[in-house]
Design a protein around this ligand. Structure first.
Ligand code: PLP
Ligand code: COI
Length: 366
């Protein structure tokens, strides 16, 4: 693997003048929620045409100055990642498949006409931030330190073309359960809006995809559901994914199915890990198409026994109820299914260093 020096980068550490008090931090860590609390530090690296990546710092988390004409504010040239650092059974800290996030970040960068960030710089940035914020791990069951690397176009220019200046940042947020309700299974709403069309940006992790999902997600919430599920753009028939998670279906013969990566859904790292873990157990997993009509029919006949959502933030979350303009149906018992729970336990125990890591997914940070 190339080194940081190969990329011509060295991190400068800036001291924090006023970190959060230990007392206040302990309160936050006992009840972190999701995405509302932030650690003391951040990483920042700049990119300019000609000079490439430079000025890598790990320092106090603070507002960033942006010219009002910065391209990100007008044309949404922005990409991000989401990964977690986990406190290990032995007291250490580890990341889960950070190189996979680094690779996906560069795939997103390519789609949004942004510069690639060397994968070792991505991972080192995350390491630097976790080291600076090592006192920011939640004390609640299932807690972790959620890391959000992202890149924005900072050049002040209103012509529509790829910017010539960017900023890469990493922030951290102590995280508990993604779903506030804490219910054993979530309820999802089938949207008539489209998230992504063939040839679009559905496979990239760019902010614009999430901006477009806010109205459909708002509709789901207004109707009393937890998340929105999107169908394909062309036929409005095939199940794609949720606003922020991939989906798996479990059948009565013990097989699993997950929507195939057609270019319109995000290639989830949790989805990919579960494909491997399920196959390790000797289970048959197909990547293919599954229609809403078939889902409804199979749930009614009992052929479909479980459905679950998966993602970094949501981990593995059972889906108990599905609603659309045509009515509602219940999946299995409406609560967590057995296979869902088993796969979740398997994944979480690897992430937290409670089980062997046969695929080399865990990167220990010491
Ligand atoms: N799909 C969408 C739209 C997402 O935002 C996410 C979350 O990152 C996922 C799927 C799951 O991806 P991962 O498992 O890599 O977190
Ligand atoms: C993640 O799981 O990391 C995401 O980015 C999804 C978002 C719903 C928080």
């Amino acid at each position: 693997m190339a080194t940081l020096a190969d990329a011509g980068l060295q991190f400068t550490s800036l001291p924090h003048p006023a970190p959060m008090s230990a007392e206040r931090r302990a309160q936050v860590l006992a009840n972190p929620g999701f995405g509302t609390n932030f650690s003391d530090h951040m990483v920042s690296i700049d990119w300019t045409e000609g000079q490439g990546w430079h000025d890598a710092t790990v320092g106090p988390r603070q507002p960033i100055a942006l010219d009002p004409a910065a391209a990100v504010l007008h044309y949404a040239q922005e990409i991000f990642e989401g990964l977690k650092a986990y406190r290990q059974a032995d007291g250490g800290i580890a990341l889960f498949r950070p190189m996979a996030n680094a690779a996906r970040f560069n795939q997103s960068a390519a789609r949004l006409a942004m510069p690639a960030l060397p994968e070792e710089v991505f991972v080192e940035s995350v390491r630097q931030l976790v080291a600076a914020d090592r006192d920011w791990f939640p004390t609640v069951e299932g807690g972790s330190l959620y890391l959000r690397p992202f890149m924005i176009a900072t050049e002040a220019f209103l012509g529509v073309r790829p910017a010539r200046q960017y900023k890469f940042l990493v922030i951290a947020s102590p995280a508990g359960n993604y779903f506030k309700s804490g219910a054993p299974a979530v309820s999802i709403w089938v949207s008539e809006y489209t998230r992504a069309a063939p040839g679009g940006t559905g496979a990239a992790k760019c902010g614009g995809n999430y901006a477009a999902s806010l109205v459909p997600q708002g509709e789901a919430i207004a109707r009393g559901h937890d998340q929105v599920v999107f169908l394909d753009a062309a036929e409005h028939k095939w199940i794609e994914e949720l606003g922020g998670m991939n989906l798996y279906f479990v059948f009565d013969d013990g097989t699993l199915l997950t929507p195939e990566l057609t270019g319109t859904i995000l290639p989830g790292i949790t989805r990919d890990s579960l494909l491997t873990l399920a196959r390790d157990e000797g289970l048959t997993v197909r990547e293919g198409r599954y229609s809403l009509d078939q889902w409804r029919e199979d749930a009614a006949s009992g052929k479909l026994v479980e459905t679950f959502a998966c993602g970094t933030a949501a981990v593995v979350t059972p889906v108990g109820k599905v609603a659309s303009r045509d009515g509602e149906f219940t999946v299995g018992s409406g609560g967590p299914g057995q296979l869902t729970q088993r796969l979740k336990d398997r994944l979480v125990s690897i992430q937290r260093g409670q089980a062997a890591d046969p695929h080399g997914w865990v990167t220990k940070l010491g």
